[in-house]
Design a binder for this molecule. Structure first.
Ligand code: 6GU
Length: 239
């Protein structure tokens, strides 16, 4: 998979080369390009923004600069992803869909956003998604790109050491994951739950499922409402 990011803060995307993602690059599983938007300016000030039509606070990023940048970076096989608090929510389902793409291009806006015609124009040639990572406001899209790229790349075949961990994630069955324990058996007077040391794997599976249901009920009741009857068994309904 090829990933490109266009930003006025290329250094902010350095973490893409660290840890899990860095190893995925070294192993040739992904290729990441980070591009400085100002490379597509021609004036002495390298201006990327201008005052908004209609007035109001802040500045809007100029369409000419973004247009040339995207003309260079995108192909007819790209999907353009625009991080914005005004976007549709980024979910695990979208991460799974993005993991099937051959080329993702992220356009990081700052200020009050990017002239809308940039995306209207790009949408004539490629799919364009305006996406939010949550109900809060960031200064720019860079941190959101780090989040989305990590969520997508860990799903690519060969990236995680143990693919079962991706299959058992929170959200993979529509529930939050329950608690985990390791040695010692008692720590600061707190014991590991007996069932986990019982060796009875039917009991352990049932206990984990119940913990996931209870945690989801308390922390994310909205997720339980989205589960169909088909996703719950008779014992689930009793919890
Ligand atoms: Cl994707 N971008 C920005 N700038 N702010 C956000 C966001 C994205 N998601 C939530 N807040």
């Amino acid at each position: 998979m090829k990933l490109d990011v266009v930003t006025i803060f290329p250094e902010y995307l350095q973490p893409l080369r660290a840890a899990l993602l860095g190893r995925a690059i070294e192993r040739g599983l992904i290729e990441i390009g980070v591009h400085d938007l100002r490379d597509w300016t021609y004036d002495v000030h390298r201006a990327v923004d201008d005052a908004p039509y209609g007035g109001g606070p802040g500045m809007v990023m100029k369409p000419q600069v973004w247009g040339e940048a995207l003309d260079t970076v995108c192909t007819e096989r790209s999907r353009l992803v625009v991080p914005t608090p005004a976007g549709t929510p980024f979910t695990q389902t979208m991460a799974r869909a993005y993991a099937e793409e051959e080329h993702l291009v992220f356009a990081c806006g700052r200020y009050e956003g990017i002239d809308q015609r940039v995306f209207d124009d790009a949408a004539r040639r490629m799919p364009v998604d305006e996406v939010s990572i949550g109900d809060y406001v960031l200064v720019g899209g860079e941190a959101a790109v780090l989040v989305m790229v990590e969520a997508v790349v860990r799903l690519l075949p060969g990236v995680l050491g143990n693919p079962v961990s991706a299959e058992q994630d929170s959200f993979s069955d529509g529930l939050l994951e329950g608690p985990s324990y390791t040695r010692p058996e008692v720590w600061r007077d707190l014991p590991v739950p007996d069932v986990l040391r019982s060796g009875n794997h039917a009991h352990i599976d049932r206990w984990r499922r119940d913990q996931a249901l209870e945690r989801t009920y308390h922390r994310r009741p909205d997720l339980l409402e989205r589960l169909g009857e088909a996703d719950l068994d008779a014992r689930d309904r009793a919890v």
